[in-house]
Design a protein around this ligand. Structure first.
Ligand code: PSV
Ligand code: MN
Length: 398
């Protein structure tokens, strides 16, 4: 494989060693669409199952040592979070981002931190504060916030008032962060709200993060943009503002489809990584970005689709590392747009899979993680053990 000017093989290998991807608990459980859920025998039911799947993914990929939790979906009131963290550690995993949930309780129908009722706003903030203490107990260093708040009809809400409520809430939450924890603000243009969403885009997320405090940054979920949006431009802009905090990787065709990352547009993933690598090359340091997956696969087997996503992310990141920045910069100096673009295309066209297979083998990892996972029999064992614990599907399941 041809390495670009300024990148030694040693540097390439070390950078890959430092490239870690977090998998989410919720991607291992049964999910569906609003039209229904198709159950998979092997999909996780409990937090223990989810941890077992995440550990299996980490075992074959070697680059997924942390596990994101969604508090209400993963921690029951009775369960001791420290036990969950200990179970994760026993499997070689750490607890990654903590995701509060201010969107599923009945009281949040008309908003959480933007609700007209101060008691409901308080309840939402208190839940987030409780998530911070839970996060500290399980060793998490990221509080990851997404709000479903918004309205469906013009006139339904006072948009500026709601904006101030969010700003105040995030400011209060930021004050409660322990030193080791940072906070990410995720945006989304629509869904579940259809007329206006209170944090609809990266600019709003930036403004809220700035208002909240220095440890608040923006989270870019690849499924949360309107069609035609240039996501790598947003990424470059956020990097330059020092406000790019993390990603939720997935792919999409229409909206927040939560499909396997890079399955539709691997070039977009490459272009995003190109902006990151370019900035890292210029500063000589890794950017402090949390690389996380937010996937909700409902027709492929859960853990396999997760491995596919991880492998695709690793491949596109490696390709981005191969861009010859010197050649691209020299071409730009001559206004040679053709050759400047060619530097990117050459890297994107490189088949890095044989290199990554060797890379893994040198680290005692399987050359082909997907194949190794299939050989391990994890899916069949999980299906046999978990299926009896699930409600039976007789035609339709709600
Ligand atoms: C919302 O669509 C989102 O992207 C947020 O990150 C949530 O935490 C996650 O999906 C829940 O599935
Ligand atoms: Mn997300």
């Amino acid at each position: 494989m041809k390495l670009p000017h300024g990148l030694s093989e040693h540097d390439l290998l070390r950078r890959l060693d430092r490239f870690q991807i977090e998998t989410p608990s919720w991607a291992y459980a049964d999910t569906g669409t609003r039209f229904g859920k198709f159950l998979q025998d092997a999909a996780a039911v409990t937090i223990d199952d989810k941890l077992a799947d995440a550990a299996a993914v980490h075992r074959v990929t070697g680059c997924c040592p942390t596990f994101a939790v969604h508090v209400l979906w993963d921690f029951t009131a009775a369960a001791d979070p420290a036990i969950v963290a200990a179970k994760a550690a026993a499997l070689g995993l750490g607890i990654g981002s903590i995701n509060p949930n201010t969107f599923q309780d009945q009281c949040y129908k008309l908003g959480s931190v933007t609700n007209r009722d101060p008691a409901i706003r308080r309840r939402a903030i208190d839940h987030i504060l409780a998530c911070i203490s839970l996060g500290s107990r399980v060793g998490s260093n990221i509080l990851s916030l997404w709000f479903a708040d918004g309205t469906n009809y013009p006139g339904q809400g006072h948009i500026r008032q709601r904006k101030r409520w969010i700003a105040d809430a995030l400011h209060e939450v930021h004050r409660a962060l322990p030193d080791a924890m940072s906070m990410l603000v995720e945006y989304k243009p629509f869904e579940p709200a259809f007329y206006h969403t209170d944090i609809a885009d990266w600019g709003m997320a930036c403004a809220f993060a700035r208002h909240a405090g220095p440890r608040a940054k923006v989270l870019v979920d690849l499924g949360h943009h309107l069609h035609g949006c240039n996501v790598e431009h947003i990424v470059a802009f956020l990097i330059d503002e020092g406000l790019l905090g993390g990603f939720h990787f997935n792919d999409r065709k229409y909206a927040d489809d939560d499909l396997v990352a890079g399955s539709l547009d691997p070039f977009q993933l490459f272009r995003i990584f190109h902006e990151i690598v370019l900035a890292e090359r210029e500063t000589g340091a890794d950017l402090p970005i949390a690389y996380m997956i937010d996937q909700s696969e409902c027709i492929k087997p859960k853990a396999e689709s997760m491995i596919e996503t991880v492998m695709t992310i690793q491949e596109q990141f490696t390709k981005a590392l191969l861009v010859d920045h010197r050649a691209a910069a020299a071409a730009r100096e001559r206004d040679d747009i053709v050759m400047a673009g060619r530097a990117l295309k050459d890297a994107f066209a490189t088949d890095v899979r044989p290199f990554l297979a060797d890379y893994r083998a040198a680290r005692n990892l399987p050359r082909d993680p997907l194949d190794a996972f299939r050989q391990s029999g994890h899916l069949a064992r999980a299906a046999a053990e978990r299926a009896p614990r699930k409600p039976r599907n007789s035609g339709s399941y709600a």
